[in-house]
Structures are given as C-alpha cells and as structure tokens.
Design a protein around this ligand. Structure first.
Ligand code: BYC
Length: 316
C-alpha cells in the first residue's frame, strides 16, 4: 500500500471512529464501497421483489378500504426501491448494472420473498412480522456511516412503521372476527415464523461479512442481536393475541428477560438464498417479464434524452 493510501485510510478510520458520516465524494477504501454496493443493491432488489407476494392479493382484498391500503403499501415498496437504487448509484454503479446483476442471479434479495402468500392473513403477517423485522434491522442501520444509505433508511423506516401497523390491524380484525379468523392467522404465523427469523441472516459466527461491516459501522448490531430483539418483542405480542409460536423449544429465560428459541433450519435457508426456495423461479420469472415489458419505456426515455441533448447543442 502506498504511503498516500495508508494516510487516507488512517484518516478514514479516524472519521469512522469519531462517528462522522461518509459522503459520496469523500475518499473511502475500495472494499467499503464494494460492501455498501452489495448491501444497498440487495436491499433495493428486496423491496422490488417484495412487491410480488403482496401484489398477488391486490385484486382479492376483502374490501375497497383494504385494497387501497394494500395498493399504497406496494407502491411504497417501489418507492423504497427507488431511494435505495439512487443511494447505491452514488457509489459508482448504474441502475442498469444492478438490474443485470439481479436478473442474472448474481445479486441476492431477501429470502423471505421466496415464500408464497396463500391467504389474506398473510397480508397481515407480512406487515406484522416482515415489516416488523425490517424495522428492527433498518432503524439500527439508519445510524450507519454512509450518508445516502442512512438518509434513505430514515425515510423508509417511517413508512415501514405505517406498514407494520396496517398489518397488525388486519391480524387484530381477523382474530376479533371469531374462531375461523384466528385459525387463519395461526396457520399463517406457522408458515411465516421461521422464514422471518431467517431474514436476519446466518448466526454471527457464520456471517462472513459482519466483522468488516461492523468495523466500518455499516452494521451497528450483529445478525443475532437484532434477531433476538425481534424475537423478544414479537413473542410477547403473539401471546397477547393468544397465538402460539410454532416452536416447541421456545422458553422464557427469566434471568435475562429474553426468549430462547429452537434452531433455525439452516439447510432450508441455504436452499432459499441459493435459488431453490418455494417461489424463487416464480419471483425471478415475474421480475424478468416486468423488465422486458418495460423496455419500451426505457427506449422512449433514452430517445427523449437524446432529443434534448441535440436541442441543447443546437441552442448553444
Ligand atoms: N436473504 O455475511 P452475512 C422489506 C446472504 S425488504 C438473502 O451475514 P450481511 C420489505 C448475504 O447477502 C427488507 N440473503 O451478510 C419489502 C451474504 O451473501 P453475499 C430487506 C441473505 O450482508 C417489501 C450471505 O448470506 N432488508 O423490508 O452481513 C415488503 C452471508 O450473510 C440473507 C435488507 O435488505 C437473507 N435473509 O448481512 C415488506 C436490510 N441473510 O452477499 C418488507 C439490509 C444473509 O455475500 N441487509 N444473506 O453473497 C442487511 O442488513 C444484511 O444484508 C443482512 C445480511 C443482515 C440481511
């Protein structure tokens, strides 16, 4: 490493240690840039693919009010994707490159969206559990060292809080409707509980990226710490509703006032993140079709840009 780079890196590390925010034009180690590109683009893809399981229920929402709320939520996810793609672009990668990485299966997206949405209760479950998990992860990362990601997350978290509440309201309404409604919620919880715990990633000891990301304050809490925070909050809410967590090993650890769970099925996790979950092919197929169907919009935008460029040249 040249002396100049070593100095820059030392200054960078000092800034991180002082809790300063790094902005796009600041010097940063190449690996810091690469880690952020990976993280933010994966997060953006998750938002876009995450529209599909809920989009599946827009035409079947039980009332007009529910349909409007679901439509708005799915549109919000598209908006989150846009903030995040823009934030990743500040690191020197184009949106087209990120789309290519997703469509060629080179970039990941959250495992949770490879599970089907089979009943209306799943719309409540996604809001309560999936948005709930995302909020725990993202409110922590909203204090991360990279300015554009941190600012995008602040805004996203505000909207996710609303999403979570609409999910909890769907669940509360189904439970209050009687035994059938409660059974529907329980059945949905049985399917979504373990995949939601997987959203937080592998155990800290098996997480290859964590140490570097925590050193640079991209991640501020570890996968296991955040997962535990989620479990402690959510188990209490489930009990309050009279629901059963589908984990025979779940037990309250009175000493540290926390809930101990059984082990996650890591084989299933690995299958899903490597493209072989229940809906991976369906989700990628839908995304590819949407991308192809949108090609005329991209062509029109490019033609318009070129026309403007030529007009500016002739006006100059
Ligand atoms: N799914 O070293 P690790 C939402 C991968 S969307 C898939 O611990 P890291 C919403 C990981 O990428 C919420 N892959 O990784 C939208 C890595 O592979 P690569 C999405 C996973 O990055 C619509 C490898 O496993 N949230 O809110 O330190 C409707 C080793 O893992 C998963 C975010 O994206 C997984 N669950 O930590 C409703 C938040 N877990 O890249 C709601 C931002 C791990 O080396 N992301 N992998 O090939 C993160 O905080 C981190 O990326 C993770 C993983 C905690 C997920």
């Amino acid at each position: 490493m040249s002396e100049n780079i070593a100095n820059l890196e030392e200054q960078f590390n000092r800034r991180i240690a002082n809790g300063e925010t790094i902005e796009p034009k600041d010097w940063m180690p190449e690996k810091y840039r690469k880690q952020l590109m990976r993280l933010i683009s994966q997060h953006a893809h998750s938002e876009i693919i995450g529209m599909l399981p809920e989009g599946n229920w827009i035409t079947r929402a039980p009332t007009l009010r529910r349909k409007l709320a679901l439509l708005a939520k799915v549109q919000d996810e598209a908006g989150h994707g846009h903030y995040l793609y823009s934030s990743a672009e500040t690191l020197g990668i184009s949106r087209e490159e990120m789309y290519d990485q997703l469509l060629q299966g080179k970039a990941k997206y959250s495992s949770i969206f490879n599970y089907p949405t089979l009943t209306w209760a799943d719309m409540g479950m996604i809001g309560w559990l999936v948005d709930g998990a995302a909020i725990i992860n993202q409110t922590t990362m909203a204090k991360c060292s990279y300015g554009p990601y941190s600012r995008a997350l602040l805004r996203i978290c505000k909207e996710e809080n609303f999403h979570k509440k609409q999910g909890m309201e769907i669940i509360a309404t189904l439970i209050a409707s009687g035994l059938k409604g409660k059974e529907m919620v329980q059945e949905s919880l049985n399917r979504f509980w373990w995949p939601t715990l997987m959203m937080f990633g592998p155990h800290d000891t098996n997480s290859p990226n964590s140490a570097e990301m925590m050193k640079w304050k991209i991640k501020l809490k570890s996968n296991d710490e955040l997962r535990q925070r989620f479990i402690d909050m959510t188990v209490e809410q489930a009990l309050e509703w009279g629901l059963t967590i589908p984990d025979p090993k779940l037990k309250f650890n009175g000493k540290i006032r926390s809930w101990e769970t059984g082990e996650i099925d890591w084989e299933e996790f690995n299958r899903v993140i490597n493209g072989n979950g229940p809906c991976n092919h369906e989700r990628m197929g839908a995304r590819r079709t949407a991308h192809e169907n949108g090609s005329w919009v991209r062509e029109a935008a490019r033609a318009y840009e070129e026309k403007q460029r030529l007009r500016n040249i002739s006006a100059a």
